[in-house]
Design a protein. Sequence first.
Length: 65
Amino acid sequence: MDTLIINTKNTSNAKFILELAKKLGEEGKILSQEQQEDYFLGAMMNQEKTGIKVSRSTIFKKLKK
């Protein structure tokens, strides 16, 4: 499955594009600004994952600097 993200300038354009996608047999959803931010934050977090375990104290030491 592929995903396409389109940012529109207004809600009516978003609804029109979503309606067209559904007529083509595709699925879609209009995301709120908060949902968009959550999605991209999660994507950035996944991109930065190293798989290395770090202790809580090490994290707090870095945050205090």
